[in-house]
Design a protein. Sequence first.
Length: 278
Amino acid sequence: MSRTNFDQLLQAGCHFGHLKRKWNPAMAPYIFMERNGIHIIDLHKTVAKVDDAAEALKQIAKSGKKILFVATKKQAKDIVAEKATSVGMPYVIERWPGGMLTNFPTIRKAVKKMSNIDKLMQDGTFSNLSKRELLQVTRQRAKLEKNLGSIADLTRLPSALFVVDVLKENIAVREANRLGIPVFAMVDTNSDPKNIDFVIPANDDAKDSIDVVLTACCQAIAEGLEERKAEKADEKAAAEQTEEAAEVKPRRARKARKEEEAPAAEAPAAEEETPAAE
């Protein structure tokens, strides 16, 4: 069963591409026709591509790896933040920090700095700072939170990138390509799908279009996470059973040994009690 359908995507306006003069010829396979100077995306292909991407994302989530969502354009920010948070994935919706992937240790240092400020605020170290110094620290903390707060839990490089508008997020895409991190993306008719591993041809400007595609993908991620949880529970139960069995075996062996020894000990006593024949 498909995760989306033609009517759903049509209603969300996923089929509206850009003006014909702004198109990228590499997107030709995904274009259905041109109407009033605007390219119309082939939604049958979008349905299939959403399914492919969702299945791959589900497997990544099931293996316990992280997917980093990237969307700094105004109409996508809130949707991406909401959907990524719902499945516990990191996201970037403010400016992309250059070198976020290729220079990951430096980004981690900045995140650490943020948690250090928090610690110092809690243990009262900052209580003897002047008002001006405190204001500077607070501002610095707020700036770090705005840019890096959503990736605070990302302790290692993500296993995949999900991008809305590859033209706007080209630096993120280039960094992922350099490191061999697979890129999932909503690609409009004005973009180049060449460096994208999982292309989802769709309107990347309309809120409804972004929402419908992200909902389908995040549902798949949620399924992957649930399956991982269920598998872990099964493994735990199996491990407990094995432990119990391991404990029961020596217990049974001890019991059997006792039973074998008991009749042997009782036998001579029984003979002594037997009265002698007169």
